[in-house]
Each structure stands twice: as C-alpha cells, then as structure tokens.
Design a protein. Structure first.
Length: 407
C-alpha cells in the first residue's frame, strides 16, 4: 500500500544576511538576520513595514577554537543559573557572538533542540567541537535536572584545562624561539654577510685561519643550496607532523620522549597529571560511573603514555580492582597521587581528593613555567651570543693577523 504522503525531517539550512532598507517614515535603516533565504527576509521585514533595498549574504568566516567553546559554556552556565530559558540563552549567545562561525554553530544547535532533540544529542552532532566528556556531562545534567550546575562545573573544568594548555605552550615557546631565531640569524649571516668578507679576503693573498675557512665553506654551501636547505627543512617538518598525526607508534615515541626531556619533561608530566585528575574529578562529581568516566579521561589526558595507562586502569577497575591499585600498576603516577587517591576511595571523597591533586599540580606547573622563563632568558643570550660572536670572531681573525704583521 503506497503512502499518501512521506514526511521527511529535514533541517532547513539558515545563513546570516545583512540588509538595508527604509521604514514607514522613510528613514534608512540596516540590520542583520538569520534566515533560510532572501525571500524569507523580504517577507519578514515587509510585515514590519520595512521596504528592503539590499540583502547580502554574510560569509560564515572565522575558526571555532577551544577558547570559543569555553567562553560559550561559561556564558550558558551563567545565564541558566540566572533563570534564562535554554533556547533564549542559545539565542542571546549565538546572535551576540563576534565570530560568525560560532554564531552559526550555536544557532544550528538551537534549531536541533527546538525540533525535539535533547541537548546532549545536539552537541554530539558536532564532535569536532564537543568531545565525549562534554556531551556525557551535559547528558547527566539533563537526566538529573541540574543542567545549570553541570554547565557551571563544565565551564570551570574547561577554563582550568585551557589555562594549563596556555602554560604548556608558554613553556615550549622559549626553546622553539631560540631554534628559529638562531637559524634565521645563521642563514642571514651565511647568505648575505659572509660572502662580502670573502670578496675582501681574496685580495689578501695570504693563508686564512682554519675557523675562517670553515665559516666560508659553510657560507658557500648556504649560498649555493639555500633552496635545498629550505626544502629539506620544510619537508622534514611536514613529514614529522603528518606521521605524528597518523602513526600510533610515532605518537607513543614522541610523548614518551617529551616526558624525558630535561626541565620541560617535568612540566609536561605535571600538566598531564593535573588535566587527568581534573577530568576524572569533574566526571565523578557529576555522577558518571567510574569505568565510564575513565573512558573520557583517557581521551582528555593529552599524552599517549597516560592514554594507554588510563585504558589499562579502566580494564582493571571494571574487573573489580581498586582505582589506587590500578594506578599503581601503571608506574606513571607519583606516589603522592596514588596515596591521595587511596585516601579518597577509603573516605568516599574521591572527587574532592582528585580536585585537590589537580589544584596542587596546576600550582606546580605555574611555578615550573615561571622558573623556566627565568632560566631561558640567560640561555637565549648565551646561545645567540656564542653563535653570532663565533662567526664574527672567525671572520675578523685574518684582519687581526694582518694588524699584527703590519705592527
């Protein structure tokens, strides 16, 4: 039997438009509107007594960052705690956001919720921006009727994690900046400065010192093959990141190496433990079962060594082992962390104890980054001074020798 009508649920695609027109009094006005097309905008404005002269589709524009999602979470938590209804809160945040890509994302989610989807499922349609942890916590908040509380906790969590990431980036910036600046200075000296000295020395007719000959040979190579050096460096960097993103073995090796780096390794380890503890504390406090929480914690660990360790912990906990014993078996957590987890399990305050661990290690990361910044400043001066000074001395040695001969 053929059906008389087929109903297909389709979400109407809406875009942002800017419009210009005149009102009933002949005054020129302009504005922006989100709609499915120009016809909808024209008819909507006509009902308001506005004659439309021009409509322009606005570009989606902008990139959605983790910082945008963190800010959105805090705004939603604040408004919902103030009693603003969910859909109205989405409308306020979405239309008021300066990044059009974020605005479109939030209004699309609002449309999903309006058509009957629950909020957690609406978020799950955009895994690039909302991970399993985010969706699970929102789902738990909806189920328990405490969405405003869970959003507030989630916003605090994301703000803490964002701060940790910023500190790690700050810690990594110094050594990377030294390498980049040193390479640029060396390249400029070798390609532009040293050849002018070479032309000068050719008229001396005397044997040049070994350091000078070495620098001039390297300079000749830079001048002749600068394109090859640039190509090899660019190719090596591209190949590294390409392999790192796609190879599990490469990720494991790089993350293990990162933890063994002098000074930086300890900063990365403390930041990872802080993130691990903060994530598990947030999930457990929200009422998510421990085994399910560990699944989200593994993805949020940020280091493959801790990801594998968390998966092993999850397997052991699911078979009845305690969290403390399972963590001890991985050999990646400090004794203090394991002992505090043991106390938390025995006292029934695991979420509180994990939060204290996270606070402690976040403070440790703050101190370590501050110390690293102070340490790197003299190192930068020594490295760049030795590099530039070495080249300058090597190139002035023949002039010094001539001066001694003349005197």
């Amino acid at each position: 039997m053929a059906s008389v009508s087929a109903t297909v649920d389709k979400k109407v695609k809406e875009d942002n438009y800017s419009w210009e027109g005149v009102d009933k009094n002949g005054k020129a006005i302009r504005g922006e509107m989100r709609a499915a097309g120009t016809v909808v905008i024209t008819s909507t404005l006509r009902r308001q007594g506005i004659k439309v002269n021009k409509i322009k589709k606005l570009p989606t524009g902008g990139k959605i960052t983790d910082k945008d999602i963190t800010l959105f979470t805090r705004q939603m938590a604040t408004m919902m705690k103030s009693g603003v209804p969910l859909l109205q809160a989405f409308d306020i945040v979405g239309k008021g956001h300066s990044n059009r890509a974020v605005s479109k994302l939030l209004l699309d989610i609002k449309t999903d919720v309006e058509t009957g989807s629950n909020l957690a499922d609406a978020f799950r349609k955009y895994p690039l921006y909302f991970d399993a942890l985010f969706c699970n916590l929102v789902g738990a908040g909806e189920a328990a009727g405490i969405l405003d509380t869970l959003l507030d906790r989630l916003a605090t969590y994301k703000e803490k994690i964002q701060a940790i990431k910023s500190k790690i980036k700050s810690a990594l910036f110094y050594p990377i900046s030294i390498i980049v600046v040193a390479f640029i200075i060396t390249a400029v000296m070798m390609i532009f400065v040293i050849p002018s000295f070479k032309d000068l020395f050719e008229g001396f007719g005397a044997e040049l010192p070994a350091p000078t000959l070495l620098i001039m040979t390297i300079s000749d190579f830079f001048v002749a093959y600068w394109w090859m050096i640039l190509g090899v460096l660019s190719g090596a960097i591209y190949a590294f990141f390409y392999t790192w993103k796609r190879s599990v073995a490469m990720q494991r090796y790089i993350d293990r190496l990162a933890l063994k780096l002098p000074v930086l390794g300890e900063v990365i380890r403390k930041a990872t433990i802080a993130r691990w503890s903060r994530t598990l504390s947030t999930m457990f406090a929200a009422g998510v079962p421990l085994v399910e929480s560990l699944d989200s914690v593994a993805g949020a660990a940020g280091n493959f060594i801790y990801y594998e360790a968390t998966k092993n912990i999850q397997v052991e906990v699911s078979t009845g082992n305690s969290l403390m014993a399972s963590m001890a078996n991985t050999n990646v957590f400090p004794t203090m962390v394991i002992q505090m987890v043991a106390i938390g399990e025995e006292s029934g305050s695991l979420d509180s104890m994990l939060s204290k661990i996270a606070d402690f290690y976040e403070a440790e990361v703050d101190d370590a980054v501050a110390a690293l910044s102070s340490l790197m400043e003299p190192i930068i001066m020594v490295v760049l001074g030795s590099l530039i000074g070495g080249m300058v001395v090597a190139m002035y040695l023949p002039i010094f020798k001539m001066g001694m001969v003349v005197s």
